[in-house]
Every structure is written in C-alpha cells, then in structure tokens.
Write a protein that binds this ligand. Structure first.
Ligand SMILES: Cc1ncc(COP(=O)(O)O)c(C=O)c1O
Length: 516
C-alpha cells in the first residue's frame, strides 16, 4: 500500500458532512485513484479509528458502505481488503462527494450518465450503510417489529402455499390483486373517509413507488411542485427525479401555508402534503387549509398528492377524514387529490406494499406506467395481506400497536424529561405518530449533533436534513415505536452523553453564535 489509509483521510468537523461519510469519501477516492492498490489489506477499524482519533463506529460505518458498494471485501480468515477488480468506469471517476447528505449533482461527464442519471446520483437517499445495521434507537419510521404477529402471518402464508393456486404464480394485473384492492377500498372508506371503488385502488411497492409513478406521470421537466418545508425527503427525491422544480412552502400550526404557496409558485403542477400528521413536525392540517388547498388545486388545475402514511396511530383524538374524501364530495369529475398509503408503518417496511387511490381518469395511465417499471407487486404477499385484513387481524394488530406506541411515547417522554437528556433537548407529548421532535437547547448545528449521536451508536436524524430553508430551531427526530421502555431509557442517557460531549467541543455554528 503506497501510504497508510489514515494519511489519506482528512477530517473536518466543521463541514456539514458526517465524519463517517468523510472517511468513506476519502477512502473511496484513494481506491479509485490507485493510491490504495487493489487487493491491499486495510488496517482494522480499531487501528484506523485510533490513528484518526475518532470512534470505531464511525470507521465501521464507512467500511460498511464501501463493502456494500463493492470497493472492499471481507476475507473469511479475517481482514478487510480492497476489491480485486474495481470496474474501469469507476476508476476514472472524479472526486466523489459523500452520501447521503444532499450534495451538488455529480457532473454528467464525470459519471458518463444522462443528466437525469447525474441528478439521481446526487440525491440524498437512505444510506446503505445505515440499513446494514440492526434497527437501533431512535430510528424513525420503524414499527414495533418485536410485536408483529409472525405466527398468524405464517399460518395464512402456509395455508395459501398448501392450496398452491397456480393463478397466484403467474403474472398478475399491474394495478394489484383484486381481493386486496377490495379489502383496502373497504378499509379506507370506513376508517379514512376516502371515496373510492376497488378499481381506483392501485397496489404499488410502498409509498415510494407511488410517489415515483405519480411524479413521472404528472410532472413535465421544469414544472414547479410544492412540498412542505420541512418535509419528507422521499417525496422531494421522487419529484426531483421527474425533473420538477421543487418549491418548499413553509408551515404554521394549521399546516402548509397555502397563501405562501400561491405567492411562491401559483402555477405549480402538483403539491405533496401530509395533512393528517405532517412529517416531520406533526401538525394536523386544519379544515380551512384543506379547503384552501382544494380551491387552489381546482383553480390552477394542479394535483394534490396526499400522503397518509401513519394516520392509524392517533392516541388522543380521532383523525380528521382524508382530504381526498373532501375533494370527491362534490363529484369525482373535478377530483384533484391522489391518496397514498402504505403498510410500512402498520405492518413492516420490507413488505413493500403500499397503494394509491387515483381518480378513475388516471387508472389506465398508472397501469401502463407500472407495467413499464416493474409490472406488478408480488402476488403471493398481496394474497396473504388480503386474508390478513379480511380475517380481522389487521384491525386487531393496529389497535394493539396504537396502545403499545402510546406507552412507548410515554416511556420516551419520561426518560427525556426526567433524565440527563432534559438538559440538552426539549420534548413534548404528541397526540399521534411514531416519533417526537427533540428540540436542541444549546447546540445550533443539528447535523453535527446527529453525527456525534451516531458515533455513540444512536440514530437520530437532524431536522435540517429534511429542510430546504434554514429552520428557526435545531432539532433531532426521536423514533420510539420500535423500542421497549428499557431501550428508550438507555438510549436517552447515551444520547445525553453524546450531546454533552458535543457541547463541550463547540462546532463552527456554535462558535459563531457565541461570538455574536
Ligand atoms: C412521510 C412518509 N411517507 C411514507 C413513508 C413510507 O414509505 P414506504 O411506504 O415507501 O416504506 C414514510 C416512511 O418513513 C414517511 O415518513
């Protein structure tokens, strides 16, 4: 090896890039430029961490990502090595910029891709390294995997396979398995006030595919699209991937500020909103705002994508019925709202089953787009889910999880308000959802706070990673649904330790604030 890897890594704590991503980016560049040779053995994570004076977890995260992307290989007898063959096309790549923080799109010339490909490669997507780790506190958006009724799911699945209906194994309809579409339509009518027939329900591979398809079908490159700011990065990414000019519209305590949206981009083609429970702040959109949204959409011919991702988990009051139901009230002819839901929160995210409710005029277009993309969702899983819902297990599971999540939220609040974490963050009870906002009391830079937490083994995404405009206060998101009270208490203390250490070593933003 020409030089020790620690010499090739330059860390800068004041950059807006987490340390593990800086390590990843520098090692990747050293491999691509040949400064670390193919097949060279790397030092252990322990040694590299001690040379760089950072935690071992930080180095492990960087190694995990490099392994996941094929730059490094772990050998059976131990040790981590640079892969024997790095594809030639990568060897000529320009200096890459770390993932998954939002970054300027790499140039087309550097990647050899289309402009669209380069824009896609520049998106901040969930890190592969992160998903390689077991679920740990306070990962957001994660349901209680410990409480999933495996036995019932397994029985239904086994029964289906025993019957072995051949029709389930052949290609299915792009819009989904009919009994599942019927079960979802029934559920949505009763519990969410959605006006729909089974023919308007479209099964997809999770909300992300719903957002991707809707953006591809409805956006012309260059069209403006409203998103909530702060808001869900998955929606922003799908819109950017379709060439939209994304316009962040601020929120207040009634939800997205429609008057501001009208000022910023009156002729936007589409608006993405989470009216039941805004992600990530948790506001419920008022009826007045819902009506204002619909009025704007009708006047300007815009579409509204209503993402109803976690409305099942309301603890203190009943959710407002869907905006889609309000839209369809005066007849479906002028319908502007497209409703999106997912089983990622109510069951488990790797199921990859979500759905859209689309106005009937759009059903065929969605069918064609789906057939081009990946034909259909796996039929056997759809059939298991249809029976799970039809036999009443789904409603029972959601009821149980609602009670469990309310208890877990209380446990997190107890730990965060009565323990050492109270010195560093401010939290308040929420009547809904699966995470709480942890408002930082002293630190100004939530990305740095999040990185320090990650180095202590705690996952807590920063609010600024979900924001286009600078936010008035820095905050971390604390997911609680997937964790027992004991885990939440331990993780809270650990987070307090990480934030204490971060405070003792102020970053650039904190130093600026102290000088001001
Ligand atoms: C706002 C929002 N919508 C949708 C989803 C679910 O996405 P999917 O169905 O693709 O798993 C999430 C998951 O975190 C989310 O936060």
């Amino acid at each position: 090896m020409p030089s020790a890897p620690s010499v090739l890594v330059t860390l800068d704590a004041s950059r807006n890039v987490p340390l593990h991503q800086q390590v990843y980016a520098d090692l990747r560049e050293a491999i691509l430029s040949g400064r670390i040779a193919a097949r060279a053995q790397l030092p252990s994570t322990r040694l590299l961490a001690s040379e760089l004076r950072i935690s071992r977890t930080t180095v492990s995260l960087a190694f995990d990502q490099l392994r996941a992307e094929g730059y490094l290989e772990a050998r059976e007898r131990g040790g981590t090595f640079v892969a024997a063959a790095i594809p030639d096309r990568l060897l000529s790549a320009a200096r890459p910029v770390a993932r998954p923080v939002a970054r300027p799109a790499p140039s087309v010339a550097a990647l050899g891709t289309s402009k669209r490909g380069a824009a896609l490669a520049g998106l901040a997507t969930p890190s592969m390294a992160m998903s390689a780790h077991p679920v740990r506190a306070f990962r957001t958006g994660m349901p209680a995997l410990d409480a999933f009724p495996h036995a019932v799911w397994g029985q239904i699945s086994a029964r289906l396979w025993r019957r072995a209906p051949r029709a389930l194994l052949a290609y299915g309809a792009p819009n989904g398995y009919e009994p599942l579409r019927r079960a979802i339509a029934h559920y949505l009518q009763i519990s969410r006030g959605v006006r729909c027939a089974a023919d308007e329900v479209f099964i997809v591979g999770g909300s992300q595919e719903a957002l991707y398809l809707a953006a591809q079908l409805l956006i012309e490159p260059g069209d403006a699209a409203w998103i909530e700011d702060p808001g869900y990065p998955g929606a922003r990414n799908a819109l950017v991937a379709a060439g939209a000019r994304v316009v962040g519209v601020p929120l207040d305590d009634e939800g997205l500020d429609v008057a501001q949206g009208r000022r910023l981009a009156p002729h936007a083609r589409l608006a993405y909103i989470t009216p039941s429970h805004q992600y990530p702040l948790g506001v419920t959109m008022s009826i007045a705002r819902r009506l204002a949204m619909l009025e704007w959409a009708r006047e300007s011919g815009a579409w509204i994508l209503e993402d109803d991702y976690d409305s099942e988990f309301r603890y203190t009051s009943r959710p407002l019925p869907s905006l889609q139901g309000l839209d369809a009230e005066d007849g479906a002819r002028n319908a502007r709202a497209i409703y999106i839901g997912s089983f990622s929160k109510t069951l488990f995210p790797s199921l990859r089953i979500g759905f859209l409710v689309v106005p009937s005029a759009l059903v065929d277009s969605f069918g064609a787009a789906r057939a081009v993309l990946d034909r259909q969702s796996p039929t056997v899983e759809q059939a298991v889910l249809a029976e799970f819902i039809g036999d009443g297990h789904f409603a029972r599971h959601v009821r149980r999880m609602r009670a469990l999540y309310a208890e877990r939220q209380e446990a997190l609040l107890r730990a965060a308000q009565n323990g050492p974490l109270a010195e560093h963050i401010e939290t308040a009870a929420s009547g809904a959802g699966m995470h709480l906002m942890g408002w930082l009391r002293h630190l100004r830079d939530d990305r740095r706070a999040s990185t320090c937490a990650l180095e202590a083994g705690i996952e807590t995404p920063p609010l600024s990673a979900m924001s286009l405009a600078p936010q008035p206060r820095a905050a971390l998101l604390l997911g609680y649904a997937a964790f027992t009270p004991q885990t939440l208490a331990k993780a809270s203390d650990r987070l307090a330790g990480a934030l204490r250490a971060a405070r003792a070593k102020p970053g650039a933003k904190e130093k600026r604030a102290l000088r001001a």
